[in-house]
Design a protein around this ligand. Structure first.
Ligand SMILES: *[C@@H]1O[C@H](CO)[C@@H](O)[C@H](O)[C@H]1NC(C)=O
Ligand SMILES: *[C@@H]1O[C@H](CO)[C@@H](O)[C@H](O)[C@H]1NC(C)=O
Ligand SMILES: *[C@@H]1O[C@H](CO)[C@@H](O)[C@H](O)[C@H]1NC(C)=O
Length: 338
């Protein structure tokens, strides 16, 4: 009797359609985000699994120290991972959504069984851990944080010391596997983004910025790297670190995500809004205010049908990529139906 089956009946408990009554009288094309409450502090990171036979899943990292697992298309709460003794700064799922990993202010990263909710491993660090990422086969976990060291844990041999990669001179914000797990991309408060060779642990290429980057996303399909700093959303080739383009948003941006088909990208930050841009023309297509605080993280779902945002206001919101389409809990309301 897994945690999963026990809690399944609780679906729909936390996710409510925002402003339902308002939607009914308005047009069919109104963006109606699904609001996922349950966290009690700012939501600072989120990640989706790949698409599994059970759909896809969403994990959220929160300063309340209690990362949550949800059904990805509806936001339905599945369970809460209990065990950290401080703010959780980073969270990820493996592709199959069978494992979760979290990075926390209690100087640990934890690996969890995402089906039962049980803690599997606690990996002690020397400082706050900010970032976690599995290899595609889930055999290794990459961590990064305030001790400036990138670590690679072999999860099949958890008792062995991790491989360490040093070089950053300030706290690491994000560390991600790239190029089919043969290289690592890291972003740090030393205002650099570095591409490392996993075997030699040498820097292959490096980008320097005028300020610390606020977020980094890696899209394996096409090797695109999405970086945000200030009001800028910048796109790079992840292998050569050559710039593709930069786009400036009207506000300071904390996170951006590129649609899997590379048609659009979304971004959110200081002004509580979510912006959607055309990736080709760089035109701002839509912007929505829904959160009651700065947006800390935004990610497209693996099927590209929605994007999720996490905010200082303690909620996650799910937004439709194609507004008005029937998908998940969204029902297309045709004009004249009421
Ligand atoms: C981490 O790694 C997996 C697979 O190796 C990848 O699909 C995922 O998007 C990565 N990123 C994050 C932020 O977890
Ligand atoms: C990625 O690595 C795996 C395992 O080493 C290999 O089977 C696969 O062919 C590689 N894919 C690419 C695109 O290089
Ligand atoms: C890295 O090391 C492994 C194992 O030693 C080897 O099979 C692989 O070819 C190396 N990869 C590169 C890019 O050097």
């Amino acid at each position: 009797k897994s945690w999963w089956t026990r809690l399944k009946y609780l679906t729909n408990l936390y996710c409510l359609l925002a402003s339902q009554s308002e939607t009914k009288v308005s047009m069919a094309m109104r963006q109606t985000p699904l609001t996922c409450s349950g966290h009690t502090r700012p939501v600072v990171d989120l990640a989706f699994s790949g698409i599994t036979p059970y759909g896809y899943f969403l994990i959220s990292a929160c300063k309340d120290g209690k990362p949550m697992l949800r059904q990805g298309d509806t936001g339905d709460w599945i369970g809460t991972f209990l065990g950290h003794k401080g703010a959780v700064w980073g969270a990820t799922l493996n592709n199959e959504a069978t494992k979760a990993a979290t990075a926390a202010a209690d100087f640990t990263a934890k690996v969890w069984d995402a089906v039962t909710g049980d803690e599997v491993l606690t990996l002690a660090h020397k400082h706050i851990v900010k970032s976690v990422n599995f290899t595609q086969d889930s055999s290794c976990l990459l961590t990064g944080g305030n001790d400036k060291i990138i670590r690679i844990y072999d999860l099949n041999k958890p008792e062995t010391e991790p491989q360490e990669i040093t070089g950053h001179t300030s706290a690491i914000k994000k560390a991600l596997w790239c190029n089919n797990d043969t290289q690592i991309l890291s972003a740090a408060d030393d205002k650099t983004v570095r591409l490392w060779d996993r075997n030699s642990t040498e820097v292959v290429k490096q980008l320097s910025f005028d300020m610390s980057v606020s977020s980094m996303e890696y899209i394996p399909d096409g090797e695109v790297l999405v970086i945000t700093y200030g009001k800028t959303i910048a796109f790079y080739n992840a292998l050569s670190l050559e710039m593709i383009k930069t786009v400036d948003a009207p506000a300071s941006i904390h996170s951006a995500s590129l649609h899997p088909d590379k048609d659009f990208f979304v971004a959110g930050g200081d002004d509580f809004k979510l912006y959607k841009f055309d990736y080709g023309t760089e035109e701002e297509l839509e912007s929505y205010k829904g959160h009651f605080g700065p947006v800390h993280c935004v990610r497209f779902s693996p099927d590209g049908e929605l994007y999720a945002s996490g905010s200082e206001d303690g909620t996650l919101r799910l937004w439709q990529t194609a507004v008005g389409k029937t998908y998940g809990l969204w029902k297309c309301v045709l004009p004249g139906e009421f």
